[in-house]
Design a protein around this ligand. Sequence first.
Ligand code: KIV
Length: 281
Amino acid sequence: MSAHVRRETALSAQSPVNIAVLRAMRAEGQRIACLTAYDASFAQVLDAAGVDVVLIGDSLGMVIQGGSTTTPVTLDHIIYHSRCVVPSLQRAFAVADMPFLSYATRSRALDAAQRLMQEGGAAMVKLEGGREQARIVEFLSTRGVPVCAHLGLQPQLIHKMGRFRVQGREAAAADAMRRDARLLEDAGADMLLLECVPAELGASITRAAGVPVIGIGAGGAVDGQILVLQDILGISAQARSGRPPRFVRNFMQGQPGIAPAIEQYVAAVRDGSYPAPEHCF
Ligand code: KIV
């Protein structure tokens, strides 16, 4: 089989997505469509609609458990929801969130990652933080754990910050985030996720990166987009903050049902029509 045929196969709509496929998508400029899911029914719909990456996110603390933050979410919660989601995925790549403080020490992080992968079935874990997490990322990565490093707005820090706001607007903060992204990648992060950063900063971190960069409110020049499922279905924003965040688009509008709305989301990420300028900072 020629290299060309192998690459076509890897990127085809049917092949299971893995870390090599995500890297190839970045290299080929094929945008990566990601969404959160927390249960089997939605996982099946997302998988069939062509979503590439499904995140069992600690946003479940808000959209499933009805809380106002993600901090009460435990490792057992994420494992429970991962076990609901992962068996329903035939193609999509499963990423599970490391909950608040579950990676505060190396041994806790290793235990959490082991449980998320072995009991939850995740193929990658995601943790929030910048340079302060580089040693944890390196520790996990050198033990074979694929890690996504979540930079920018870190919802687990809500009680330290007091409110959610765009990160990296000032030049010094943007430079620090660029350096953190580099440090985390050098430490072994296989994917970066940027939340609520100016589009220009998202673009410059993506240009400098050697791994896929996924954005949520990080502009259109990143390698892929992720949103919270309930947000794109228009059923959680009111409950969470009274109005949807700027980067959210309700894909149910004009669609006859949930499956076509998700397909529309995948198509809009792939062709770059989402995010539009009004979704960017
Ligand atoms: O928990 C989550 O769903 C997330 C996404 C918002 C990126 O971290």
